[in-house]
Structures are given as C-alpha cells and as structure tokens.
Design a binder for this molecule. Sequence first.
Ligand code: PDD
Length: 276
Amino acid sequence: MKMLYNDRIIGRENIIDMEDRAYQFGDGVYEVIGVYDRQPFLLDEHMERLERSAKELQLKLPYATKQLKVKLEELVAVNQLVEGIIYLQVSRGIASREHYFPSSGVSPITVAYTREEERMRSVEDKGATAVLTEDIRWLRCDIKTLNLLPNVLAKQKAVENDAIESILHRGDIVTEASASNVFMVKDGNVFTHPANNYILNGITRKKIFQLCKTLGITVKEQTFTVDEMLKADEVFITATKLDVVPILKIDDKTIGNGKPGKITRKLVKEFRLCIN
Ligand code: PDD
C-alpha cells in the first residue's frame, strides 16, 4: 500500500513527526473523497473546499490543487483502489512547539492514503436510527479542520446507542450530524441548514441540491428546530461514501411512518445513477 507524502508517492511507513502541528494542535485541514469504480468522485469540488479551508486558516497549500489532483489519481491507480476513500490532510508543518504560526520557512505537510470500503447499499435501502446531541463545536464548522473531538464524542454516543449518527443541535436549532449533513422533508419540500459557519458545506449536500433540481423537488436552505425535525415526514443524512441514508428513528421518536420516505428513496436512486 502506497501513500502520498508531499509530492511523492512512497511506501506506507511510520513517518509521523512528534512536532507535526497536525499531531499537536490539530492545525491542518483534510478531505475525505469517495472512490467509485476506480474514480475519485467530485474531486474538483473537494479540491475547491480544501483550498477554502486552508485559506480560512491562513495555511498556504504547498502545491497547486491541480497538481495535487493528479497525485491523488495516481495514488488510487497505484493502490488499485476500486471502491473506497482517499483520506487527505495538510498540516501547517513541523516546527518547535509554539501555539503561534511557525516561521515562513516551515512548509506544510501533505499526506494521503487510500482505504477500501464497501458501499453502504443496505443501510441506504433500509434506513438507520440517530440520536440527538448538543452541538458543542466552535463557531467555524465551515472549515474542514483536523480538530474533531466534539465530532468524535458525538459519534461515540451514536455507536453506544446502536445508531448511525448523532444529530447535532445548538439549542433548538438542528445544525448537522457528527460526520454528515442533515435534511428533513415536510409537505414535499426538502429543508437543510444554510451553509454558514455552523455547518460544513458538504460536497454530497451540494450534489443533493442538483439532484433535487433534476427531480423538480424544492430545497429550502432554512434552519429548523429539533421539534420540527421530529415531526417531519422524512429525515435523511448525507456524506461522502455514506451517500444518502434515511433516518427512521431519532432517540425514541419514529420519523414519519418509520420507513424510508418517498423523496429520500428517489434521492437514493438518483444518487446511485451518478456513481454507477
Ligand atoms: N465527513 N458535516 C460534517 C461535520 C462532516 O464531517 C462531513 C463529512 C459532512 C459531509 O460532507 P461531505 O458530503 O463533503 O462528505 C458534513 C467526512 C466524511 C469525514 O470526516 O469522515
């Protein structure tokens, strides 16, 4: 198995430096990119978001994303990955531990590797359950940083409750989930939190907007409360590799009739057409 280290594809080895700022501060950005049938999915969109995240943290990417894209495609080919993900991270670099940015001579460190992963077809068909968790993250959730402890704790709570996700809420307002975006369907319209500093603007989320347009379904980027979500006709989540998953129960409340809803099923079907 090979990995990308800066601009070189090398054997996967233990190259973590104790003073990499990713390790000590979570000072870096990342992307998880789906690979279907040997092809990275929506790679340009992921590269764009990486650029944006880096810019927001004043982290200068070490090389152009155009070049990075070629390297990632090469990595997928070298590792003969058919179905799975690429994990990519760029840290601010290796420097003597101080909270402030290192001197300009310190270069960012890029690492990427691939992992085989099955498609979650059965969960997309059958649906899953979720739990509610207070959103305790910082106020820049739009940046895809390596700081994920609140997400880790929220996901752990989900797993301990045999649920797929923790749906996060700030007070009454539903934001997103620990590693996915949340949508609800009410009276034939699809609602999701607006793309601002409270959520990560998911690549899958944006794809769903396109698919809704194709299907003639109205999407409203509007906040909704926990109560409104629990009374919705349908709820679903989206994320890279998870794609679209119907949520049938949240804590002890059944959503709609407890089965994957009509609109969610249409979106699952339409999404599959894009990746097959
Ligand atoms: N997570 N919101 C959060 C907090 C996320 O971590 C993710 C993705 C999403 C969905 O984004 P996208 O559709 O671009 O994958 C929303 C990835 C998969 C992860 O951290 O593993």
